[in-house]
Ligand binder design. Structure first.
Ligand code: AMP
Length: 278
């Protein structure tokens, strides 16, 4: 089992001891309900640092009023056991009152990167993410923090906030871990009915088709229209499917340099997101 901390002063004292001993500390922020994708981040953390901290905090401020905060899966004991098996040194498990005491008043907004893709469908989401991640980085003070490319817009938003605020931490992305049929692992996959689970890999298939058919100079509109039609035929309700500049996340009409194809779509009540490098 990792050492579990719910008290900020105790966590800080532990990490300060490691830093004093010259040990490199790597943070893996999570919302729990851990799966093999999260554990790939922990494995990467152990490769690049001497000490690994995983945080588990289901952050209320990144959920919209009609989203799944109250039914988001929580299983702390199972998570701690998995983190122990994966060799995590410490688990930071603050409660909501520790993170947001009465009178809490600050929000970090990352303009531009937060505004497209998931932004209009999840008002306030990325401000919630940027604020809680900035707090986690200041609480743990890691040398490096790892985030999954699965949440590519989130990764870019955090990189921007860290650069803009001169936070002394390196942010690294980790490739998406997938099921054998291509479905990206996600804590929300457990909401899928058997029929929905059978349809879900189409999301990755459509992204792969678009990514592999796109070269520099390729116009993307026709491929996106075909991809949307294929997803709708498989039962998805598509929020967006777009090819974007991999750095700015602005949609492109023609591939011209590093690009990413990104999608968000509902299967029944479950919202799935995924993306691939073009
Ligand atoms: P979450 O608990 O969903 O907030 O995810 C915690 C971290 O794990 C985030 O940095 C995610 O991007 C990352 N993550 C989630 N699913 C995957 C996956 N399938 N592969 C790699 N990283 C993932």
């Amino acid at each position: 089992m990792p050492q579990r901390f719910s008290d900020l002063a105790a966590l800080r004292q532990c990490v300060a001891g490691w830093r004093h001993a010259g040990e490199r500390v790597v943070l893996v922020p999570t919302m729990g309900a851990l799966h093999t994708g999260h554990l790939a981040l922990v494995a990467e953390a152990r490769k690049i640092g001497r000490r690994t901290v995983a945080s588990i905090f289901v952050n209320p401020t990144q959920f919209g009023p009609s989203e799944d905060f109250s039914r988001y899966p929580r299983d702390l004991e199972a998570d701690l056991a998995l983190l122990g098996q994966a060799g995590t040194d410490a688990a930071w498990t603050p409660d909501v009152a520790t993170m947001y005491p009465p009178g809490f008043a600050t929000r970090i907004e990352v303009a531009g990167l937060s505004e497209g893709l998931c932004g209009p469908f999840r008002p306030g989401h990325f401000a919630g993410v940027a604020t809680v991640v900035t707090k986690l980085l200041n609480q743990v003070r890691p040398d490096v923090a790892l985030f999954g490319e699965k949440d590519f817009q989130q990764l870019r938003v955090i990189q921007q906030a860290v650069a803009d605020l001169d936070l002394a931490v390196e942010i690294r992305g980790v490739p998406t871990v997938r099921e054998e049929d291509g479905l990206a692992l996600s804590s929300r996959n457990r909401y899928l009915s058997p029929e929905e689970r059978a349809a879900a890999p189409k999301l990755h298939a459509v992204l792969s088709d678009i990514a592999s058919a796109s070269r520099n100079g390729t116009a993307v509109a026709g491929r996106i229209a075909a991809g949307k039609a294929a997803l709708e035929a498989a039962g998805f309700r598509v929020q967006y499917l777009a090819v974007c500049d991999a750095r700015t996340l602005a949609p492109v009409e023609r591939v011209d340099g590093p690009a990413r194809v990104l999608v968000a779509a509902f299967l029944g009540r479950t919202r799935l997101i995924d993306n691939l490098a073009v």
